[in-house]
Design a protein around this ligand. Sequence first.
Ligand code: CLF
Ligand code: SF4
Length: 475
Amino acid sequence: MRSAFTCYAEDAPAGCSRPPPAARALPADVAARVRQHPCYSEEAHHHFARMHVAVAPGCNIQCHYCNRKYDCANESRPGVVSERLTPDQALAKIHAVAAAVPQLSVVGIAGPGDPLANPAPTFAVLERLRRELPDLTPCLSTNGLALPDHVDRLAALEVRHVTVTVNMVDPAVGERIHPWIVWKGRRVRGAEASRILSERQLEGIERLVARRVLCKVNSVVIPGVNDAHLPEVSRRLRGMGVFLHNVMPLVSAAEHGTRYGLTGQRGPTAAELEAVQRACAADGRVMRHCRQCRADAVGLIGQDRGAEFALAALPPEPARDAAEVRAAHRAAAERVRARAEAARQDALARVAGIDPAVRARVAVATRGGGLVNEHFGHAQELLVYDVDRGGARLVGVRRVERTCRGGAGEEDVLEGALRAIGDCRAVLVARVGSCPRERLEAAGIAPVVDRAQEPIEAAVLGWFEAFVAGGARAR
Ligand code: CLF
Ligand code: SF4
């Protein structure tokens, strides 16, 4: 069903009382810190890559959505971590990726267990990273139980981006998510476990904020368990100075072997997720471009080049550092971003006279660089934007399977892709084959190729201008 446009408080459209993001500019030091972080800045994720090193196998709590042989659901989609690394192996891998991926800007530790439940390898990596590759930004994700004990050490190592997974601030909700924790050497269960966990999370966040660490909170939306509670979580955390709230869907399937998977607890639909994100956005920034990446992911968010950098594939000699190549990429990315911003401003000027009640939703196929540059049949995800005269705003990411696969199974995956963007008016792509073109048109989704290679927001606004000129009216 086509969605009516709704007011996203963080990135409000025309007609909404809240100012758009540009009108609420970040302080200069904060803007500088997020400018090249692909998770903290939606716009940066088109240009910059992160890598995770899986040096933290153990965990000090249990989540019903986690099975230890799978990635940490805090920061990962379910999937086995291919290799667990020692700190030496992690550094060898970081050097190899840094030499081969000029977009690399962030090195994160996000599992597969909890980094702060494994402080020795975690801090060994952070210390060497700071010494050996100081232009890369360290990042860390934790469940927060051990966080208060480590804030000072993190701050001393200039770790300025920390994510805490907070699924509740009410222990009665928490005991349905976290059955136990290990606290002071003993296992604590039930609401008492969640009470301790929540207190430690909030204490850790308070200390991070006091040390001017940019704190992001991840929350897993679990329908019927914490979906109605998360706006309260968001309010509480914003009040404490949390920078960004990443509201992400539960990924649950029986084959993952998790408690939720085995008991049939489902994840949210796209519409349910959007509703929770919208409710949480009433209090501040909500991240909508997270891909719940693996604890050993490498590359631009949405791509995973981890297999290219398996231990066995690393060069026997340490790779020569390529700091100057990364610096050149950063300078080039700034030029690309400046051109995209100029194109966006031009497009905004052209749609400024359109009735503010006219809005639409579109999908975009991209493989990076902030451009409409992916073939519809090759896309494995589509970015969905709402657009009106105030701008184009990311709603979320819809996963699809490659529809172009040489015959076998194409019909089923095409059906899936049509369903995934069934609420969109158009899909902007680099190219599209004749068969999917016809099916898209029959489904009322216009395939658009004449915006290929344009910057995404300008392309979406340009499509919108033509859409309105073609007779679209307020709905
Ligand atoms: Fe990794 Fe997390 Fe740092 Fe990013 S991921 S530790 S903040 S560098 Fe990013 Fe991946 Fe989402 Fe995490 S897309 S799962 S939010
Ligand atoms: Fe799994 Fe992460 Fe939860 Fe630990 S904190 S149980 S590793 S999801």
